[in-house]
Design a protein around this ligand. Structure first.
Ligand SMILES: *Cc1c(COP(=O)(O)O)cnc(C)c1O
Length: 234
């Protein structure tokens, strides 16, 4: 992708977000675009920053750690969206702002410990498996209540919502039900809002299914290839 392409892609995506939000009777300002820069060089991230983009998502812990160290700009908001490994949380806890992919209570405990050592607060989303695909990760819907209950008394991690990945589908209409399910779980679990649990965000929607996700209530969309181009690997 040339610098110009990245800048133009960002404008096009913002326009799509606005149109989808307006269609759904929602305020576009309630939807945060997380630019998923995984596998892409830091120069592409700088290009996006120059174009006004500040939220970036990465799905590998080491890659996030390296990019956060290299791009030393306090205004950049970093999101981790991939598989967590307990023993590596300490390497990202001193800088990461959001972790979308928490699927077990034990990860919250470790984030609390490491964020405390860094004297910070990290925002977390609980990932729920809304597809039939095991490899997509996430807790089972029935485990959500116990994970939320475990997190109400933390000081350095705040559980701010839920994240889900839909099944890959050529027609995004085919996965509307999965987004509806996540929104239902989000509504049903509002009763666990207490202390450090306050469910207010729904991270759902990627390049292929963003518009449907926004219609179903997404407040964060995670967009990679429509901004930075196709990837050779994930
Ligand atoms: C790669 C990735 C995305 C972005 O995918 P695109 O289809 O390129 O928009 C979003 N969420 C997660 C968890 C990812 O791993």
């Amino acid at each position: 992708m040339s610098d110009q392409d990245i800048a133009q892609n960002l404008i096009a995506i913002q326009q799509k977000i606005e149109a989808a939000a307006k269609d759904a009777g929602r305020d576009p300002k309630d939807i945060t675009l997380v630019a998923v820069s995984k596998t892409k060089p830091v120069d592409d991230i700088y290009t996006a920053i120059s174009a006004g983009q500040l939220h970036f998502g990465e799905n590998r812990m080491k890659e996030l750690e390296d990019k956060m160290a290299e791009i030393d700009m306090p205004e950049v908001v970093w999101h981790f969206i991939g598989n967590l490994q307990t023993n590596k949380i300490k390497y990202i806890a001193d800088r990461v702002n959001w972790i979308h992919s928490v699927e077990k209570a034990k990860y919250l405990k470790e984030i609390e410990k490491r964020a405390a050592q860094a004297n910070r607060v990290v925002n977390a989303l609980i990932q729920v498996n809304i597809s039939d695909e095991k490899q997509k990760g996430g807790c089972k819907p029935e485990d959500l209540s116990s994970i939320l209950e475990s997190a109400q008394d933390y000081n350095h991690v705040q559980v701010r919502g839920l994240m889900g990945m839909a099944t890959f589908a050529d027609d995004p209409e085919d996965v509307r039900q999965e987004f509806k399910l996540l929104k239902e779980l989000f509504d049903e679990h509002q009763k666990y809002n207490e202390g450090s649990v306050q469910l207010e965000h729904l991270s759902m929607g990627m390049t292929n299914d963003m518009e449907v996700a926004i219609q179903e209530g997404a407040t964060m969309v995670r967009i990679g290839s429509a901004i930075f181009g196709e990837r050779n690997y994930d």
